[in-house]
Ligand binder design. Structure first.
Ligand SMILES: Cc1ncc(COP(=O)(O)O)c(C=O)c1O
Length: 354
């Protein structure tokens, strides 16, 4: 029994629940890419191994410059961290203190209700619309004088729908300019819906907007932990000052830089996932499953579907149950076919209606 004087909030923090894993099981539960990054990226990591006795570049200058070039902003408008999860906490802690509130959609990424009390603020979750998309009107109404930040997740994890640029622009225009608007674009590379594109151009007119991105998804680099934020230079500077110094290791920096250079490799991998998504999701809907529109590398099966989790486990597949349904990541063609066969049998033998 420890006598440490923990902050009361720490003891009541919800714990992040990783998806299950088992030896030899195939995980289609954490929205990872099913294949490793391209040989060029793996070679860059291998080269970097020769100098791991050295600290990484403290300012991650080459990566920030490359990202700045890519998005048409200055390197001082980009910061990198150990996954966008770390940047989320740093960004929130720049504006949160006891008595402040953070508005976010719910159900959404499970780090949000953990990160907000972590930095001492009160979470204000706003229910999604029935189609699994953000209720931007309700989110706007939830903003009070105590609100210091709002999170938008597009595409939304775990439901899948994405907001168009125009939707986000209209929302941003209505939010007071002293409220930080975090736009989490972890999955945007998989979006194909017309009008869905990055919110980065909004930072020019709205310095309260911070766009968060990650190398964990489309770039297939979840294991090395690197994410980034783009925003107004002053805001990025504040976030940067709260990030752990030398947090992003040299292998991650090299991998991210090589992955940016290998844009074609990333695009091909993303195109494969999108093609599989477009093949598998309509086929599952034809079986009677209720699946919201998905602009991401996963889809959510809603209704009476929890039994699928055990049926999948029986054939060595791990999928992710949530209160709102079962989320399945788009995997390789073989993995998707295996999931489809389990889902087909389940639909044949169960009442799956929503
Ligand atoms: C919506 C969303 N944002 C951010 C992240 C965090 O990504 P990372 O910390 O790996 O960069 C995830 C991870 O699953 C996510 O689903």
């Amino acid at each position: 029994m420890t006598n440490l004087r923990f902050r009361p909030a720490v003891l009541s923090l919800p714990r992040y629940k990783p998806s299950k894993s088992a030896p030899d099981a195939v995980k289609i539960s954490s929205n990872e890419m099913p294949t490793p990054p391209s040989p060029a990226v793996l070679e860059a990591i291998a080269r970097e191994l020769q100098t791991i006795n050295r600290y990484p570049d403290l300012t991650a200058a080459p990566l920030r410059q490359a990202l700045g070039n890519r998005f048409g902003v200055g390197a001082d408008q980009v910061c990198v961290g150990t996954g966008s999860s770390a940047i989320l906490v740093a960004a929130l802690s720049a504006v949160c203190q006891p008595g402040t509130q953070v508005v976010f959609p719910w159900r959404s990424f499970e780090s949000y209700p953990i990160a907000v009390p972590t930095v001492g603020a009160d979470p204000v979750p706003v229910p999604l619309l029935p189609d699994g998309s953000h209720d931007l009107v309700a989110m706007h109404e939830a903003i009070t004088a105590d609100t210091v930040a709002v999170i938008v997740c597009s595409p939304n994890n775990p439901t899948g729908p994405a907001l168009t640029y125009e939707d986000i622009a209209a929302f941003v225009a209505d939010v007071p300019d002293d409220v930080m608007i975090i736009v989490d674009e972890a999955y945007i590379d998989f979006a194909t819906k017309p009008g869905v594109r990055t919110a980065v151009p909004l930072i020019e007119t709205h310095p309260n907007v911070v766009v968060m991105r990650t190398f964990s998804k489309a770039h297939a680099l979840a294991g090395v932990r690197v994410g980034y934020a783009i925003g107004d230079a002053e805001v990025i500077g504040a976030i940067q000052s709260l990030l752990v110094p030398f947090g992003v290791n040299s292998l991650a920096l090299a991998a991210a830089l090589a992955s940016l250079t290998d844009a074609e490799g990333v695009q091909c991998a993303v195109a494969d996932i999108v093609a599989e998504r477009e093949r598998i999701v309509p086929a599952l809907r034809d079986l009677g499953y209720d699946i919201p529109d998905t602009q991401s590398n996963f889809y959510l099966l809603r209704g009476n579907v929890y039994g699928l989790v055990d049926e999948c486990a029986r054939v060595g597949l791990i999928v992710r149950p949530f209160r709102e349904g079962v989320r399945v990541s788009v995997g390789s063609r073989e993995q998707n076919d295996l999931f489809y066969s389990v889902a087909a049998e389940f639909a044949r033998t169960h009442e799956i209606g929503a």
